[in-house]
Each structure stands twice: as C-alpha cells, then as structure tokens.
Design a protein. Sequence first.
Length: 419
Amino acid sequence: MANNIVCGIDFGTSNSAVAMVQETRVILADLENGKPTIPSAVFFNMDENHTAFGRQAIDEYLDHYSGRFMRSLKSILGSDLMRESTLVGIKRMDFSDIIGCFIGEIKRRAESQIRQDLTDVVMGRPVHFVDDDPDADQRAENELRLIALRQGFKNIAFEFEPIAAARDYESHLTAEEVVLVVDIGGGTSDFSVVRLSPEARSRTDRAADILANAGVHIGGTDFDKRFSLHTVMPDLGYGSRLKNNLDVPKTEYHMLATWHLINFLYTRKNMAAVKAIYLDAERRDLLARFVNVLEQQKGHEIAARVETAKITLSDHATTAINLTAIERDWMIEACQSDVIAATESDVAKIIATARTTVENGAGLPLSAIDTIFMTGGSTALPQFVDSVQRAFPTAKLMMGDRFSSVATGLGISAARRYS
C-alpha cells in the first residue's frame, strides 16, 4: 500500500499552487502545462458545454466564447455574497460550489500526478480574510474548510500564508534571525514578525517564535483596480460631469474595475442605472462606450488587459492597453509613473501596516529586523521594493519565489503536522 501523501494548498486570489510531500521531499504539482501555478479562474463555456480553469479559462473568455467567467473568488469568502447564488448559463450556482469546483480541480490535477488520493492538507489563509471583523474572518475560514471537506479532504488545517513563507525561508538559514515576512498577494497584504533559526525549524509548534501577525485587505487586484480607474475608466466617463454639473456617479466604475464584482454589473438594474447616467451626461460619447462595454459583457476583457499592462510595467517603462477587440482603435498608452501614481496611497497603507506590525505588534524597533523576506506576485509592483527598503533601511531584503514560496511552506507544515 502506498504511503499517505500530504499536501499544502495555496488558494490565492490571483494564482494557486499545490505542494506535495513525497518521501520527505516537498514538490510542487504541475497544475497547468507544466507550470506549478494556475490562475484562480473559472470559465463556464456555454458554446462547448465544458468548464475551463486557469490560463485556459482566461484564453477561452478572451477568445469570445459565450459563457460565464469568474476570478478573484477568494475575495468573496466571509462576505455576504457567499450567501447568494449567481446565474451560470440557465442554472444558478452557489459561490461555495464555484469555489469548490476550482479547488476540486487543482486537487484532481495534483492527484493525477501521484496517482493517489490526497486527504490531508494544510491550507493557507491570509492573516485577515476580512479586515476589522473577527466574526466574518472566522466565517471565511469555516467556509473554506467546508468547501475542502466537500472536495474529499478529510484532515484540514490552516496556516497563515506569511508563516508558510517563513518556513520556506527558514529551511535555508544557518543562523538565527528576526524576520519580517511580507506577503503581497492578489487580495491581501500580510505581515509576520518571526524568530527563525536552524534549530527551530524541526519544531511543529512555533507559537513562541511568532512575535506578531497583521494584515490589510489590499493586494494585486486592488492595484489593478486603481490602475484601471487611472487609465481606462476616464475613457468610459469616469471623472466627467452630468448636465447639472455634478460628478458622474462612481459606483459602477469601481465595480467594473474590480474582478469579482464585474458580473454583477450585467444585471437589468445596473444596466438601467448606467443608461440613466448616459441620458444626463455631458460626455454622452464616453457613456455610450460604457453602455456598449456592458451590453457586450466585456468587463473582464478590460480587467485582463489592465492586469497584463500592469505586469508588463513591472520591468518595462511603457506599454499599451490594447482594447481594440472592444472598439476599433481603442488603445491607451501607459507608463510606470501611471502605476506608481495610481497605487501610491495603497502602497503607503501597506508600508504603514508593516511598520506598525513591528513596532506595536512585536514591540520592536525597526532596526531589530534582520531580514525582510518578500513573496507574492504583487511585490513586482514598480518601486514597491524601494519603498520597503526605505522604511527598513537597516534590514537586508530577500526575495522568495513570488508565486510558490507560500505553497512550499505549506507543504513543509503538512509534512510536520501529519507525519
């Protein structure tokens, strides 16, 4: 009989990964086309009557198949939306079932690699699923636990994502360090002050080594939203005025710029609201474009193009947001300074939370931090690393794998918990 293989799952707002432990070795599952990460995206393809996941889901949606595209599902956990259902084709689905559909799929893909069922898992969780609401935060964890149970897991534990990242970093240490783990994910930014050492890494209970935990509900999807509002939404009338000289209402633009809210814009009620704004707008040409985007249900296409441009600007000075698939000749030039200007206030909040975690949470001066270990895809945001270094000038910066450090650490945790 095969030995029981345990795993860690990093179910992320933007991307997900699975780490499995085989003969004391942590390996990352190949989840899509030989890659260890998969975008946390689902597309219910009505034309071909199948469900696509990850990059395939994004590609099929952008190839204009008819269907329902869902992304940033983790952001719904703990919110009132988890009590609702949404129309998928001709049937309604609960959001818990949609999230379960995705988690079940990555579980099956990992299992196909080892040809064995996975029943024992450590799942990552942000320090706060929901800011300043302990009840909603616990509800989010309970919802995720129930979803995992329904997908066939039997033993389920949770670990803070920055703690998991710290385990990965600690596996390479040769001396004790006080480390600030900075995990900037798709939906949250999480921080942990941890005492790490070669001697401590074999211990299962690390409570005494965790000096502080904190988090804020700001991440990569928020950066996408700010960048979209800064660059694309003005072309749809954002920031313009009505005939009575009042500002055009902003709610619908914020929804269009937020991955997990886009589908709710396509309801009859919201369509009527936007058309009413069109009738009262000074710039009817811009609002006509907004109406067209909603009627064509192209919101996720805009979000995808904005995200691609943001990522490109991580290491290129300029790029173009190509929206010609929606309207002929609709191209928006963007540069790194646009990303920096759009996200400046969010980055400031993240840095402030990091400092507070050290000074108030751990009761340490900033100079006591030996190392800042950074992980998460959104650490690639232009000038983000520089902002962190300025806030902690005496600490050395170490970069983990942006997309798999947390999953690897969860695998290490699973090995110790279930051995």
